[in-house]
Design a protein around this ligand. Structure first.
Ligand code: PMP
Ligand code: GLN
Length: 378
């Protein structure tokens, strides 16, 4: 293994899922839903297989899906040409990897806001880039705009943004996105915006793609995925959208990574995206309810949870339970309590600031959430 990848050991999700299986624990750690895919979407994929959509799809994705993705971005006021501005990838991960590898030269700097999704630092290292992390302020999670300005220099090539954010559940405000835009424009930085939880926002918080801000379309690669929106994380279909040259760069690299993704999922997801509001509404009603259950259950168990504005994760402080190191606690939890969670330190360069925080997923069944919280309280 090349030295720059040695620091990136087993993903925390794999570790915690393995411990959950080993000890028969409830997995509130890894973010995959217990919900089934909407039946119409599953049926459309079965139909696509029966109809012979089983060979390599076109490199950029089938035209129907590109059309549906372009049309979907219209809800944010963005006008996309499906032939020039859309690339279908092997999950959001495929789009993130292709974006970073396409745009970062060894030694280039990449700004990453932390807590970050764990793939970001690994991808920056894969490209030989140098990451500059900007912390979200604790406990309010506001973006520290001064720290952001200070992190950008002549070698900064990219900024990786994630809204709604995993793991903290933060939805960036328009003012924060405007500050990011100002910095990106002033320093000619490309923004890679990971928006896989775009349909999962609560309490009136609205998702805004940074690409919709003035001057940002031309310097933003927007990434999303069908996995979270339609409860099909195992289908691994994602997409990147943006201006011609940026999408061309992503497509150029993606052809050498995975070439294409799974063919029969594409027509199914084209149909699904066309009906996204109708398909997502029941899931969101139920997620809202399960978020409440988890927040109450964690509070009842003596933790102090933060109410997330988006995503399907709650981050809670375990310090009141006498926990000083949530990483060590999360390693013990599956055996001692029969529950798996994920320490927030796994998403940070500076773990001290989040040492006692753990992430719990509420995309799980009501029964798992109730029982998990009972076990934690036990
Ligand atoms: N970005 C974020 C913020 C995520 O939480 C995830 C996990 N679903 C991904 C990217 C990866 O998405 P995909 O499974 O589509 O590759
Ligand atoms: N995105 C999911 C999470 O945050 C898991 C992805 C993975 O297992 N790599 O839990």
């Amino acid at each position: 293994l090349v030295p720059r990848m040695q620091a990136h050991g087993e993903s925390i999700f794999v570790t915690m899922a393995r411990l959950a299986i080993e000890h028969g624990a409830l997995n509130l750690g890894q973010g995959f839903p217990d919900d089934p895919a909407p039946e119409a979407v599953a049926e459309a994929a079965r139909r696509a297989i029966a109809q012979g959509h089983n060979q390599y799809p076109p490199a950029r994705g089938i035209p129907e899906l590109r059309r549906a993705i372009a049309q979907h971005q219209g809800r944010y006021g963005l006008e996309l040409d499906p032939d020039r501005h859309v690339m279908v990838t092997a999950g959001a991960t495929g789009a993130l990897a292709a974006s970073v590898l396409a745009l970062v030269e060894p030694g280039d700097e990449v700004v990453v806001i932390e807590p970050y999704y764990d793939a970001y630092p690994a991808l920056v290292d894969l490209a030989g880039g140098v990451r500059r992390t900007v912390p979200l302020r604790q406990p309010d999670l506001a973006l520290d705009v001064e720290a952001l300005r200070a992190s950008v220099g002549p070698r900064t090539r990219l900024l990786l943004l994630n809204t709604p954010n995993n793991p903290m559940g933060k939805v960036y405000s328009r003012a924060e996105l405007a500050a990011i835009a100002e910095v990106a424009i002033a320093h000619d930085v490309v923004v890679v915006s990971d928006e896989v939880y775009e349909h999962m926002t609560f309490d009136g918080h609205e998702h805004t793609p940074v690409a919709a801000l003035p001057g940002m379309w031309e310097r933003t690669i927007t990434i999303s995925s069908a996995g979270k929106t339609f409860s099909v994380t195992g289908w691994k279909v994602g997409w990147a959208t943006g201006p011609d040259e940026l999408v061309e760069a992503v497509a150029h690299v993606a052809q050498w990574l995975t070439f294409t993704g799974g063919a029969p999922f594409q027509p199914a997801l084209a149909e699904a995206l066309d009906r996204v509001d109708e398909l997502v509404a029941p899931m969101m009603d139920s997620l809202r309810h399960r978020r409440g259950l988890l927040l109450d259950g964690l509070t009842g168990a003596g933790l102090v949870p933060r109410t997330p504005e988006g995503s399907y994760f709650v981050v809670a402080d375990a310090a009141p339970l006498g926990v000083a190191d949530a990483h060590e606690w999360c390693l013990r939890l599956p055996q001692e309590r029969g529950v798996a969670a994920v320490p927030v330190s796994a998403f940070c360069d500076a773990p001290e600031a989040v040492a006692t925080l753990a992430r719990f997923a509420f995309c799980k069944s009501e029964e798992s959430i109730r029982e998990g919280c009972r076990r934690l309280a036990g």
